[in-house]
Design a binder for this molecule. Structure first.
Ligand SMILES: Nc1ncnc2c1ncn2[C@@H]1O[C@H](COP(=O)(O)OP(=O)(O)OP(=O)(O)O)[C@@H](O)[C@H]1O
Length: 741
């Protein structure tokens, strides 16, 4: 129940009095934090030692420890407050007035709720952390189930200044002395303009959202719902909640938040710090493997091949074959005997060793297997003597360096540049066209020097098969610093042409030239996957099976929060992805939450989007948009210069909204419209359709919707994503003749 200002003619004064009262409390909170700041600084300066030895002074050892602990907490709070104050909205944002059953007769308990907990000198709470159980009623109380709450108040603050209050009454009649002001905090929050980054919703979390935020920290929590239903923001608040409720477990074990793109991570990166938490790893899917950064998107058909589990057969075989340039015959003179092992024998040895070991961890086993085979081929003289000689043979050392070098998973992938080779290795699990797609894509990577986002999961799979590159051995076979070799020929290095690229080969091992593109691809070191205590995945509907496997390696002992909406998927085979997702969870129990209110789009905008998706995905999860503007999206057929029409539409929107605006054209027009990027003092962004996932703006210009649907295999689903990004205004421009525009 929301109080309406029209009920109270004297509201101006009443509101002012209420604001002043809240300001007095907020001032106390800030004063307490300032005191804590100073106290903690002086305790730190004096040190604990004084507290232990000073028996004549005013502080006893145990008191000092207690004081120190308390002040350490307060100091941390004060430091967080300083950051919060600088960058974010108020530290104190809520108040609960509870009925008499919560306190002494004739008194009423008041609880202030904030981004962190603050106590006064007597340890009485001045502000309760929003995540504490005592704050739960702030989010859960409803007029139907008031949980003892009479009035819930949201304080609107600018830094430490209270600028307004919004009250909701939880009981039919307010007690005489309990005034009720404002128009409701939620609508105020939804109506305001959006910046370039997502904001926290800590003051206006709704009861059904709170249930997902505070759900058990064990097992899997899946959150589904249509566009704009707060899935992302709820999941981020959940991460902050988990850190609060089990700080030791989640801070030391780590929380990983994974989103679709770098644009997405940039968009959400302020939410957790604004809640006082900055110990969470935010990663885009292209950044999940340490040592590799990928932002390039493959053509969706290629991404589908790379994302499907079928590709694992290819990767298994690629990882198991001899490294590039490995010798095919072993010849050496050992203990007076000429030893020779031919190709099939070596292949047999390799196969045997790899059956039980990862390549990079099996150098010793490979050497042992070679020694055994060498002895078997000779069987003359004393075995021990032969094996000793084998061990100290330089020929053997040289052979091993070439036959069993440490292998970087990226190099294995980059060898897959020839369609026939890929096809043969894949052994029938890929069609000829699919094999060609993989080969072409790798050739492109070598030309451009960039990995695609889908490649990252393949590198991770190969890294898991090969095992981590061992440092010392890696150095031995590392890349030459070409500058230091003035005579390459003298070192047995020669220039060869492979697949149109300049590369270097040594006698024993192919060594890569410092051709920029290839070097860039191999820069950095692939690290072992970090393991996390919690993995939070947003836009989960878009993860390929291979990407789920990649996440699974990072969440083997994790609990999960997984967020998505199938109707927004750009991935074709959801069945296989779902299986891979379940495999990543292991045997953990799953708890599901469904969000059904769209808080982002004005109803008029969402209605437009709904009309696009329902014919294509009749069972799309359609939420209820709660806010109306009375203004329909503007639709125009345009003729002539696209730039001019986009410019005109932009002019209008710049007048109409205060915040951010996106221009979303089909990818092929992106470059032509780049001139608008950063216009309107940085308010305008030109962005391609797939990169809009998870983001939102005050207004959008959607150019050529049919073109957007046609260019992606997700088709109408991707267009649906694009059409649900605007909060307040949307202009849709349709070129009269798209091909000639
Ligand atoms: N309780 C709330 N109070 C204020 N704003 C809210 C609330 N819940 C959601 N919002 C706002 O609604 C918008 C949409 O939220 P969010 O991006 O999390 O939705 P989503 O379900 O992840 O959307 P999509 O699937 O379309 O990416 C954001 O601006 C968010 O801050």
């Amino acid at each position: 129940m929301t109080a309406s200002s029209s009920l109270r003619p004297d509201l101006g004064d009443v509101a002012a009095t209420e604001v002043a009262a809240e300001q007095a409390h907020v001032d106390r909170v800030y004063a307490e934090l300032a005191k804590a700041d100073a106290r903690a600084a002086s305790v730190a300066a004096e040190g604990l030692a004084r507290g232990r030895t000073d028996r004549t002074g005013d502080v006893r050892d145990e008191e000092m420890t207690g004081l120190f602990e308390r002040d350490a907490l307060m100091y941390a709070a004060a430091r967080r407050r300083a950051t919060l104050e600088k960058q974010y909205e108020g530290l104190v944002f809520g108040r609960l007035d509870l009925g008499e059953e919560h306190s002494e007769p004739g008194e009423r308990e008041v609880r202030h709720i904030g981004r962190l907990g603050v106590r006064d000198d007597d340890y009485e709470p001045l502000v309760i952390d929003w995540r504490a159980p005592a704050a739960a009623a702030f989010y859960r109380a409803t007029p139907v189930e008031p949980m003892g709450v009479l009035r819930r108040r949201v304080l609107r603050c600018s830094g430490s200044r209270v600028i307004g209050v919004e009250d909701d009454l939880m009981v039919p009649e307010a007690p005489e002395d309990l005034v009720v002001v404002g128009d409701g905090a939620l609508m105020a929050a939804l109506t305001r303009s959006r910046g370039r980054q997502m904001r926290d919703i800590v003051a206006t979390i709704q009861a059904h959202q709170d249930a997902a935020i505070r759900a058990t920290s064990r097992g899997v929590v899946e959150i589904s719902g249509g566009p704009g239903t707060g899935k992302t923001v709820v999941a981020l608040h959940r991460a902050a909640y988990l850190l609060y409720s089990e700080r030791r477990r989640f801070e030391s074990g780590g929380i990983l938040v994974v989103g679709p793109s770098a644009a997405y991570t940039a968009y959400i990166e302020r939410v957790l710090p604004s809640l006082g938490e900055d110990s969470v790893a935010l990663r885009a899917l292209g950044d999940l493997v340490d040592g590799v950064t990928a932002t390039r998107m493959d053509h969706p058909e290629v991404a589908a091949v790379k994302g499907s589990l079928r590709i694992r057969r290819l990767l298994a075989r690629a990882a198991g074959r001899p490294p590039e340039g490995a010798p095919t015959v072993f010849r050496a003179f050992i203990a007076g005997h000429a030893v020779r092992l031919d190709e099939p024998q070596l292949a047999g040895l390799r196969k045997r060793v790899l059956r039980g070991h990862a390549h990079n961890l099996a150098t010793d086993q490979a050497r042992e297997a070679l020694a055994q085979a060498a002895w078997e081929s000779v069987r003359l003289g004393e075995r021990e003597h032969f094996l000793d000689a084998f061990d100290s043979s330089r020929d053997v050392d040289e052979f091993m360096a070439a036959w069993w070098p440490q292998v970087d998973p990226r190099e294995v992938l980059l060898r897959l540049v020839d369609t026939d080779d890929v096809s043969r290795l894949a052994g029938g699990v890929l069609t000829h066209d699919e094999a060609a797609a993989v080969a072409v894509s790798n050739r492109e990577a070598l030309e451009e020097g960039t990995w695609s986002v889908a490649d990252v999961a393949l590198i991770d799979d190969l890294a898991a098969r090969l095992g981590p590159v061992q440092e010392a051995a890696a150095e031995e076979v590392g890349f030459y610093d070409i500058e230091e070799l003035d005579d390459l020929g003298a070192h047995g290095v020669q220039d060869v042409q492979v697949g149109g690229m300049s590369r270097m080969a040594t006698r024993s091992n192919a060594v890569i030239t410092p051709v920029d593109a290839r070097e860039r691809l191999l820069q950095g070191r692939i690290e072992r996957p970090t393991s996390y205590a919690h993995v939070l995945v947003d836009e989960a509907q878009d993860l390929s099976p291979m990407q789920w496997r990649m996440l699974g390696r990072r969440g083997r002992s994790a609990s999960w929060t997984v967020v998505g909406d199938a109707a927004q998927a750009s991935w074709g085979d959801l069945g296989e992805a779902l299986e891979a997702r379940r495999a990543a969870y292991g045997s953990l129990p799953i708890q599901s939450f469904h969000m059904d209110t769209n808080y982002r789009n004005a109803r008029e905008i969402f209605d437009y989007a709904r009309r696009v998706i329902l014919p294509v995905v009749p069972d799309a999860d359609i939420p209820n948009a709660v806010r109306e503007t009375g203004i329909d999206p503007r639709e125009m057929v345009i003729d002539g210069s696209v730039e001019r029409h986009v410019g005109m539409a932009l002019e209008e929107l710049l007048q109409e909204v205060d915040g951010s605006i996106a221009i979303i054209p089909p990818t092929r027009w992106h470059d032509r419209l780049r001139v608008f990027d950063g216009a309107g003092d940085g308010r305008v962004q030109v962005i391609d359709p797939l990169s809009t996932k998870g983001l939102e703006w005050d207004a959008t210009i959607v150019l050529d919707p049919e073109g957007i649907a046609q260019e992606s295999p997700g088709g109408a689903r991707v267009l649906y994503v694009v059409l649900t990004r605007a909060a307040h205004r949307m202009s849709v421009l349709r070129p009269h003749n798209p091909t000639s525009a």
